[in-house]
Design a protein around this ligand. Structure first.
Ligand code: NAD
Length: 526
């Protein structure tokens, strides 16, 4: 069992203050949660200072642990649970707020690490860091609000209250594509609700995850409460998932791994004291419908950025574009012309639109779909990768590709590519487009470009996705404004960045008290 030491006591005094400020904030509805503003790269000063900071950032290698070491981390987490669950929620929330501040102080430096480690372009790396700050600030507020017992109804002589308490050891398994934001979100949610956490980050982006853990420790989260488990998913990740002492697994990644984790976790062992819960955010095969009334200026830019930002390596990316036959040729011509203007380049350069893919394995998979697309449809455009770029950047590239003549039975209309490959499908009507859009078991994001109110109404009713976007791009969900997550085979669990997310890390409890006192006993003070 760990106890606060002297320096922690000083921290607790500060934390009490921060905690009461948080409660006051909620009560006064002042100082409401606001998303962290992104850098404005059209401003020379911001551009120059960002450039300076990212050039200074360096990546260090992270030593991977093995399964035996991973299990030792669970021992440590087990010993810290009692301490962590028993401190006041506002103290935990205050540590999140402090971590947000620490990240904010070095945000451009962190962007530099993300650019170098994952290949994100400037604005994508900046958005990743902003989202991490948002998760910390938002969940700190939600946790304080949620911690107050909720009174259920009003019955004479009876008090019914509902509250949640921490479930226990939480294993967080994160992906590489939002290497700071997604890890931060899952870690923050589990910690602030009183659970010790073991973070197993994606192999490709372990260094930014290590920095996150260091910053959380600096912010006052004890080392035995947040533990770091860099390592291979199939060994270290799998061992953590299997351990009977783990209560919750928060996973974001591919459908294959997510389903595997769900299977393993729900195979309850005789020495378990709680049925594990898996929060699993998985892939997508997201579609945008462009109908015959769409504003094509808006639609072309929206589809292009949804399909090719971060080289299509977002779970929310558009990989199917379903276009009404009346405007099909016009839209495709304009989309192709617009895609031609994208700059495929070095992510360290401010003007780069499309950077590299994460690694050779990902590039191999995307190249496979480039070939599949050629067989199944007609290549409308395939941009080239400039000579020498891969060597200079040290990562593989596949430039944007668009295929026309695709139908819903084709592979590239069904399988998650996770790269800059867009399939265009022709629809006879808006209803037909909706039918095609829904013909996948993934239900993550979707979009509609239309100016017809009746079509928009129909889309809200019938387009079965977790996050529907109308007349805008389908990526870039913001914490609190657009709580994010899918259903179907895209995920199980509450939406990340939403008010209900934290409940998943708690066990619900209800207490019913008979308040009709039989005899008054003032002498029983304690
Ligand atoms: P991935 O599934 O390959 O890896 C995710 C994590 O799981 C990594 O940390 C990995 O090491 C670990 N892992 C791998 N095998 C494991 C095992 N057997 N047991 C335990 N852990 C294991 O995914 P990725 O390539 O990192 O990320 C891309 C995928 O993530 C895409 O499918 C994308 O759609 C999805 N994604 C979904 C969301 C969402 O919110 N729904 C967000 C981002 C990414």
């Amino acid at each position: 069992m760990i106890r606060p030491n002297k320096s922690d006591n000083a921290t607790i005094a500060e934390n009490r203050l921060a905690g009461s400020m948080l409660i006051e904030e909620r009560q006064n509805q002042q100082n409401e949660f606001r998303n962290e503003p992104m850098r404005d790269f059209s401003d020379k000063q911001q551009r120059d200072s960002f450039s300076k900071a990212i050039n200074k950032s360096t990546i260090n290698s992270v030593r991977f642990i093995d399964e035996v070491q991973a299990i030792k981390l669970i021992d440590a987490a087990e010993s810290s649970f009692e301490f962590w669950r028993s401190i006041a929620v506002y103290q935990r929330a205050a540590k999140l707020l402090r971590a947000a501040e620490i990240i904010r102080q070095s945000r451009d430096y962190l962007s530099g690490i993300i650019i170098k480690e994952s290949g994100k372009v400037w604005r994508e790396a900046d958005a990743d860091v902003c989202e991490a700050i948002d998760f910390l600030q938002f969940y700190a507020r939600c946790a304080v609000e949620m911690s107050l017992p909720e009174k259920l109804g009003s019955y004479p002589g009876e008090l019914n209250e509902h509250w949640g308490e921490p479930r226990g050891i939480t294993v967080v398994i994160s992906p590489w594509n939002f290497p700071l934001a997604i890890a931060t979100g899952m870690v923050a949610a589990a910690l602030v609700t009183g659970n010790p956490v073991i973070l197993k980050p994606a192999e490709q982006t372990s260094y930014i995850a290590k920095i996150l853990v260091d910053f959380m420790h600096q912010a006052g989260v004890p080392r035995q409460v947040l533990l770091f488990a860099p390592g291979v998913g199939e060994t270290v990740g799998a061992a953590l998932v299997k351990d009977p002492r783990v209560a919750t697994i928060a996973f974001t990644g591919s459908k294959e791994v997510g389903l595997d984790i769900i299977r393993t976790a729900y195979d309850t062992q005789s020495n378990q004291s709680i049925v594990k819960r898996v929060i699993s955010e998985m892939g997508g095969k997201n579609a945008i419908i462009v109908d015959d009334s769409a504003d094509l200026d808006q639609a072309v830019i929206g589809v292009r950025s949804s399909a090719f930002d971060f080289s299509g390596q977002k779970c929310s990316a558009c990989s199917r574009c379903i276009v009404h036959k009346e405007i099909y040729d016009q839209f495709v011509n304009r989309l192709v012309a617009s895609t031609k203007t994208l700059i495929v380049g070095d992510p360290m350069e401010p003007g780069t639109d499309v950077g590299p893919l994460i690694d050779e394995a990902a590039a191999g998979k995307v190249k496979h779909y480039v070939e599949v697309g050629k067989k199944e449809g007609k290549l409308a455009i395939g941009l080239n990768v400039p000579d020498g770029l891969e060597d200079r950047v040290g990562k593989p590239y596949v430039a944007p590709h668009i295929y026309t003549g695709i139908n819903q039975n084709h592979k590239i209309a069904n399988e998650e590519v996770f790269g800059p490959v867009l399939a265009i499908i022709k629809a006879d009507s808006f209803e037909h487009a909706l039918k095609i859009a829904n013909a996948t078991n993934y239900k993550l994001t979707g979009g509609v470009f239309s100016r017809k109110p009746s079509n928009l109404k129909l889309a809200k009713e019938k387009f079965r996705v977790g996050n529907l976007y109308i007349n805008r791009s389908i990526t870039g969900a913001l914490v609190s404004r657009q709580p994010f997550g899918g259903f179907g085979l895209s995920g199980v669990g509450e939406k990340a960045g939403g008010a209900y997310y934290l409940r998943q890390f708690t066990v619900p409890r209800v207490c019913t008290e008979n308040t009709m006192r039989r005899g008054f006993a003032p002498e029983l003070k304690d």
